[in-house]
Design a protein around this ligand. Structure first.
Ligand code: SF4
Length: 272
């Protein structure tokens, strides 16, 4: 995952630093402003389970069902028994389409040095502030429930409107970047001067480049692949392998003559 699929802000910090209070206030304020917010909370307690022992869902799980889905009049809970080693990807893969902001609580280990996920760090004192400043990348601001003498630290309650303003500015910024990125092939082939699709997206956002810098998009292609009407970008190398393999396989079939043809169109329908 190069960048999140939706604007994502992480609220991180040590225990009792005000993370839950801040995320609660942010969710409420963003929902009031019309955002569809999804949130994810990291639970670090070893052996934690959401299942209730001796309840029916627990019996389903013990019998081997995976996942177990519990639906009541007001809630739907999906319990999956697995070890997730890519927690962020799992979150992004399960976010409904209509969501336009994701707030993460915790996940320090995954996001602290990830410069593509902006973060608000809750601290209790200056020592914690120094600690995060040294290790963290792309920190929007520090916030605290205590008075801390540091110009970048905002009080979770007294300065909340400033925290909200900055958060919204970052959400809008990320949204713009994600939309630009989605228009590029996402192949990271390294063939343009920006080397990665994300770097070119950032340059486009800062008006320092245009989509035409992407050589995959601009070069004359010898193979066009559409899957369910969606064009799939390919590098020249992959293009060559697919073209040679598919055409040589087809040319062995009876009644097919694709030699010396300027253009060959194939349609493959796969039923699963
Ligand atoms: S040439 Fe295009 S696909 Fe390749 S890294 Fe640059 S932007 Fe990405």
């Amino acid at each position: 995952m190069e960048i999140p699929t939706k604007p994502t802000i992480a609220i991180i910090g040590h225990k009792n630093s005000g993370k839950t209070l801040l995320i609660e206030k942010l969710i409420k304020a963003l929902v009031e402003k019309g955002y569809n917010v999804a949130s994810a909370k990291h639970i670090g307690r070893k052996g934690h389970t959401f299942d209730m022992p001796r309840k029916d869902t627990s019996k389903h799980l013990e019998a081997g069902a995976n996942p177990v889905i519990a639906i009541s009049e007001n809630e739907t809970v999906i319990i999956r028994k697995n070890h997730i080693d890519r927690p962020l990807e799992t979150i992004f893969e399960n976010i409904p389409e209509n969501v336009n902001v994701i707030l993460l609580e915790g996940f320090s280990g995954q996001v602290l040095s990830n410069e593509n996920i902006p973060k608000i760090v809750c601290v209790k004192n200056e020592e914690e502030l120094r600690e995060y400043k040294e290790k963290g990348k792309n920190i929007i601001l520090f916030s605290s429930l205590n008075k801390i003498k540091h110009e970048e630290t905002l009080h979770i309650i007294e300065d909340f409107h400033q925290i909200l303003e900055k958060t919204i500015a970052y959400i809008e910024n990320q949204e713009q970047l994600i939309n630009i990125y989605k228009d590029l092939p996402g192949l990271n082939c390294g063939k343009c001067q920006f080397k990665t699709c994300l770097n070119l997206s950032k340059a486009i956002m800062n008006n320092k480049a245009s989509k035409n810098e992407c050589v995959v998009l601009t070069r004359k292609r010898k193979l066009k692949i559409l899957v369910n009407n969606k064009e799939i970008p390919t590098t020249p190398f992959v293009e060559k392998i697919i073209k040679t393999t598919v055409l040589s396989m087809l040319s062995t079939l009876k009644g097919i003559n694709i030699e010396n043809k300027q253009k060959t169109e194939l349609k493959i329908e796969v039923k699963t």
